[in-house]
Write a protein that binds this ligand. Structure first.
Ligand SMILES: Nc1ncnc2c1ncn2[C@@H]1O[C@H](COP(=O)(O)OP(=O)(O)OP(=O)(O)O)[C@@H](O)[C@H]1O
Ligand SMILES: O=P(O)(O)OC[C@@]1(O)O[C@H](CO)[C@@H](O)[C@@H]1O
Length: 304
């Protein structure tokens, strides 16, 4: 079974307006409410491509109910730990420039966090766990490490999509996949990149440190893929970006979905890029049809 873990889900409140006048009353021209949080996005895209998964994490209050109702309607499997406080609302402003305002999230009690850790004890070597996103502030600093320890003890595979110290601490435990974007990769190694050539040694470093596969996304500039023996660059399909929220999560879903069904990592990378773009070109997340319409536009070249 594929499990996704979203420690800090959200309602993504996407608001559209031509420009934002700071200090003035602004009126929206449109708005959309979507279930959000990185792991939940991964589960929704997996569902769209016909791959079963169970979404885990902390959910609470009226905002939490919005998410669980939505996922139930889409027949996405869930086994959330119910918490006392309300799930957060993240605001995504789509004006002439895009601005995201993410909330810190609810307090999670020790008892609630223990319940999630116990779920990790039931994993088996056939499972893949996707750990994604920021953690609510009350969880211990090493909460991801605690989960990774249990996942590894069960012999299950894991994917980790977080940043900074949390990513660095997990990478030695041999994740199946890491997918930082090029900014996150630069931050991770406290450096800056001026060209794709600058990125390559750092992609290789992710593999040396323990990742089996690493995808580095570069938004409209393509993506890089690193394995133990090679590096590849993909072009991204051409299209109009409508809403890039969840594009990175969609890449993870596309990769894992294709890897599980084809066992071919390069095919998985190709699907990953098409899935990211299919989300970027939609208001909501990628559908199977949208991915299939784009996949042949993705060209992959071996670069190392
Ligand atoms: N302008 C674009 N044209 C085509 N595809 C795009 C564009 N921007 C993003 N994408 C698709 O989305 C993928 C992920 O983009 P990005 O590098 O911004 O990841 P991310 O920062 O993790 O995304 P996010 O945080 O917005 O979910 C890209 O690899 C590509 O497939
Ligand atoms: O605050 P985090 O957990 O880092 O990111 C949360 C979030 O921005 O990520 C998703 C897109 O990747 C959105 O659905 C959600 O609002």
């Amino acid at each position: 079974m594929i499990y996704t873990v979203t420690l800090n889900p959200s309602i993504d409140y996407i608001v559209q307006l031509p420009t934002v006048q700071l200090g003035e009353l602004n009126r929206m021209t449109g708005d959309i409410k979507l279930p959000g949080g990185k792991g939940i996005n991964v589960s929704r895209v997996l569902n769209n491509i016909g791959q079963e998964s169970t979404a885990l994490g902390f959910i609470g209050g009226f905002t939490g109910r919005f998410i669980t109702d939505w996922l139930k309607k889409e027949a996405v499997g869930t086994d959330f730990v119910e918490i006392e406080q309300d799930t957060r609302i993240n605001v995504k402003v789509k004006a002439d420039i895009e601005t995201e305002i993410n909330a810190a999230g609810p307090a999670v009690s020790e008892k609630e966090s223990e319940q999630l850790l116990q779920q990790m004890d039931a994993l088996t070597a056939d499972d893949i766990v996707v750990l994604s996103g920021n953690k609510p502030p009350t969880l211990p600093e090493d909460f991801y490490q605690q989960m990774v320890k249990k996942i590894s003890a069960a012999g299950a595979d894991f994917v980790i999509d977080t940043t900074g110290k949390e990513l660095m601490n997990a990478i030695g435990s041999r994740p199946l996949l890491v997918k930082p974007n090029h900014h996150e990769l630069a931050d991770l190694f406290e450096t800056t990149f001026d060209s794709v050539e600058d990125i390559i040694p750092y992609g290789k470093k992710l593999i040396e440190l323990g990742a089996k596969y690493a995808v580095i996304s570069m938004a409209g500039d393509g993506a890089l893929f690193f394995t133990e023996s090679a590096a590849y660059r993909a072009t991204v399909p051409k299209g109009q970006v409508k809403n890039s929220v969840g594009a990175g999560d969609s890449m993870i879903a596309g990769f894992i979905g294709a890897l599980v069904s084809t066992k071919d990592p390069l095919e998985a990378f190709k699907k990953s890029v098409a899935t990211g773009s299919a989300t970027a070109f939609s208001d909501d997340l990628a559908t199977k049809e949208a991915i299939e319409a784009l996949v042949e536009q993705v060209e992959i070249k071996k670069i190392d």
